[in-house]
Design a protein. Structure first.
Length: 197
């Protein structure tokens, strides 16, 4: 069983390390990590290259989270799914193929959460979208969404293992957003106006 879980972890991490934003931006002519906020995620892709390309990046990063979680589920059930999904998110944040400089993990976690509990995800996603529409802060919406998913998981799926798993990934995602949080507190965070794209 340990070997199976190790295999799932490696597969998940390698899948997560395939960064849609970096690959797509290089295809377009310049690594996204040298543009805009220098983040490899969908939001920066949308800001720099337009909404459509941002959505493609979002979809690609989301799908690798789905795939890693499903592979884990197939090999080792729920435990495998949790490990595969977590490692995919870690791979996205610190991709071995791109110098360990990746995105913040939100889109990948979106795909992971879809497999783990789509109902809780949809509720958290609706809240995240409302926050983004109301404030124009994608980072605030993302943070709100991962925290909402964690709370929902703890309430409806229990503390162990899914609630604790969600809390750990939520904390990691918030830590990756630490500079955004600092800017939000100072009132200097960049707003995202979808109408301009």
């Amino acid at each position: 069983m340990i070997l199976k879980l190790l295999l799932i972890a490696v597969i998940g991490y390698l899948l997560g390390s395939v960064s849609t934003g970096i690959l797509y931006s290089r295809y377009l002519g310049q690594d996204i990590r040298t543009q805009g906020s220098k983040n490899a995620g969908a939001t920066n892709m949308a800001r720099v290259h337009g909404l459509n390309k941002g959505l493609v990046t979002l979809l690609g990063d989301c799908l690798k989270g789905v795939l890693a979680t499903l592979i884990g589920l197939w090999i080792a059930g729920q435990t495998g799914a949790l490990i595969g999904g977590a490692c995919a998110a870690i791979g996205h944040m610190w991709p071995v193929f791109f110098g360990f400089k990746g995105g913040k993990g939100v889109a990948t976690l979106l795909g992971v959460a879809f497999v783990i509990d789509p109902v809780i995800l949809l509720c958290a996603l609706a809240l995240a979208i409302l926050v983004i529409v109301a404030t124009k802060y994608v980072s605030l919406g993302s943070i709100t969404g991962v925290i909402a998913f964690t709370i929902g998981a703890m309430i409806f799926r229990g503390f162990w293992p899914i609630g604790l798993w969600a809390a750990a990934l939520s904390a990691l995602c918030c830590w990756r957003h630490r500079t955004n949080i600092q800017r939000l507190l100072k009132g200097t965070e960049n707003k995202f106006d979808i109408k301009k794209k």
